[in-house]
Design a protein around this ligand. Structure first.
Ligand code: NOJ
Length: 524
């Protein structure tokens, strides 16, 4: 189980209102107590923070706001001492415009680093070379007066895209991977992996027939030519080659996780075909899925069926870019979502604070930080609401910082915080701990076969089997109690865990689910 930390918001130790590596180190006991296996930390590299660290100015150092390499080494050693793996965010698609590579690249047309980025002449009318749109709105091309060309940026103009068709870029970035792997980092989450290679001739993207202004400017066109090009798979398998050498040489396996937003068939291609690519192309389907038993069942079954042989599944409920699960599904169903996430086959990823049922926080206009919101205001595309500080206890600023936090805390932090919820037998935090413990005690929940039992009305029920172990997960997605007929093989099963009260009634081969109740049953 992977736990994602947004480092600005986890724990501040130097009173600047921003979290840091020392803070993460101080909270490692919490993470191992919760039962996570690995932590993934969003970018910590030196950065002007135009996109809060996803604009990297030096891939081989730590931003002073977060600490330094010595803090990093200490965090890694302490994580490893507790048996926790540590994964970093790797941002290979683009650098900061302040990265020395780009400073050189823009210095002149004949600079040796010119071709490390994507430079193009203007269209005949002097405008941008094509119609590609930045994910943050507006043309993806930025005019450079000094050298008379445009450069391409899939995100902010402060995030120029690297030219991955240039072998020198590939070599430099594989060196970056080795820099962190040699330090002992256990794996990398690769930012926007499907963006790395663009169509060689830069044709216009086709218009999106489903575009509505509320979707945001980027959706005016389909990213047909600007993303997911066939050549990206060679790069992904070369990256895998870099990682695999660590396992092969006995230094410990290194995992690669790809951030990829694509339909399932194209997503699964990133496991690799002839050559292995990433271990886990992130599967974000649960974030947007209609919350109905039938649709969830279909989605799970289709994904399972489409997995290539040997591919290990994974599931995600939230991250630093998307609405929080509690905001989307409500508090009662956030508990069901937790049970779903932790009883599906594969590796689950948990976003910090979701274990507390944190919801999206309304950010007063004057405190908005996210460039996405600032560039396209009012469309609910901003990500500040899901990046607010972790509430640790009832002390000032929830124990996150001793000064004003960089983003406001959620209003109910005096009751919704770790110290308090850890004491409450029925809090969502306690539920997460129990689910993680159950998953550890019953391997069927993590690695067992998955078989759908029921997906009628509001009930989603499935069996998980491994060896002699047989469990049933039954989730009531609705507000009314439901009776679920159990399969004959369930025999005398008993309740292992409930999201509500652990007192479910099992009678005459059926179980009664309360409103919003999720159950794990175990067949003896
Ligand atoms: C995806 C990251 O998750 C997001 O936060 C970031 O803004 C973009 N990539 C650009 O790096």
């Amino acid at each position: 189980m992977i736990y994602q930390i947004y480092p600005r918001s986890f724990q501040d130790t130097n009173a600047d209102g921003i979290g840091d590596l020392k803070g993460i180190e101080q909270r490692l006991d919490y993470l191992s107590g919760l039962g996570v296996d690995a932590i993934w930390i969003s970018p910590i590299y030196p950065s002007p923070m135009a996109d809060f660290g996803y604009d990297v100015a030096d891939y081989c150092d730590v931003d002073p706001r977060f600490g330094g390499l010595a803090n990093f080494d200490s965090l890694l050693a302490h994580a490893h001492a507790r048996g926790l793996k540590l994964l970093l965010d790797f941002v290979p698609n683009h650098t900061s415009d302040r990265h020395p590579w780009f400073v050189e690249s823009r210095a002149s047309r004949d600079n040796p680093k010119r071709d490390w980025y994507i430079w193009r002449d203007p269209a005949p009318d002097g405008g941008p070379p094509n119609n590609w749109i930045s994910d943050f709105g507006g043309s993806a091309w930025q005019w450079d007066e000094a050298t008379g060309q445009y450069y391409y940026h899939a995100f902010l103009k402060e995030q120029p895209d690297l030219n991955w068709r240039n072998p020198a870029v590939q070599t430099a970035m594989y060196d970056v991977m080795r820099f962190w792997f040699d330090r002992g980092v256990d794996g990398l989450r690769i930012d926007v992996l499907w963006h790395l290679v663009k169509a060689a001739d830069f044709p216009d993207n086709p218009p999106n027939p489903a575009y509505q202004p509320a979707m945001g400017d980027m959706h005016r066109v389909l990213q047909l030519h600007s993303t997911d090009q066939p050549e990206v798979h060679e790069i992904a398998s070369d990256m895998r080659g870099v990682a695999d050498r660590y396992g092969a040489s006995g230094q410990g396996e290194r995992v690669l996780i790809g951030e990829i937003y694509l339909p399932v068939d194209r997503l699964l291609h990133y496991y690799g075909r002839e050559r292995a690519e990433v271990h886990l192309p992130l599967n974000f389907q649960l974030i947007d899925a209609p919350w109905q038993a039938r649709s969830l069942a279909t989605l799970i079954a289709d994904y399972e069926a489409a997995l290539p042989p040997g591919a290990w599944p994974n599931w995600v409920l939230g991250n630093h870019d998307r609405p929080r699960v509690a905001a989307k599904r409500g508090q009662a169903q956030a508990r069901i979502a937790a049970m779903l996430l932790l009883t599906l086959r594969g590796t689950p990823t948990l976003y910090y604070g979701d274990e507390l049922g944190l919801s999206d926080v309304a950010i007063p206009p004057a405190q908005i930080q996210d460039p996405r919101e600032l560039r396209e205001p009012g469309l609910a595309l901003g990500r500040d609401p899901v990046r607010t500080p972790m509430p640790w206890d009832g002390s000032e600023n929830a124990g996150f910082t001793t000064t004003r936090p960089w983003l406001p805390l959620h209003a109910d932090w005096p009751v919704r915080n770790v110290a308090r919820m850890a004491q409450e037998p029925h809090s969502i935090l306690t539920l997460y701990r129990r689910l993680l413990a159950a998953r550890r005690a019953h391997p069927a929940l993590a690695i067992g076969d998955f078989a759908l039992l029921d997906a009628a009305g509001d009930v989603l029920a499935y069996a998980r089997r491994h060896g002699a172990e047989r469990l049933i997960v039954a989730l009531n997605l609705g507000e009314h109690s439901q009776r679920l007929e159990l399969p004959d093989w369930a025999g005398d099963c008993r309740v292992l865990l409930s999201t509500v009260a652990d007192a479910a009634l099992i009678e005459d081969g059926a179980v009664l689910l309360q409103a919003n109740e999720g159950l794990i049953l175990i067949a003896d």
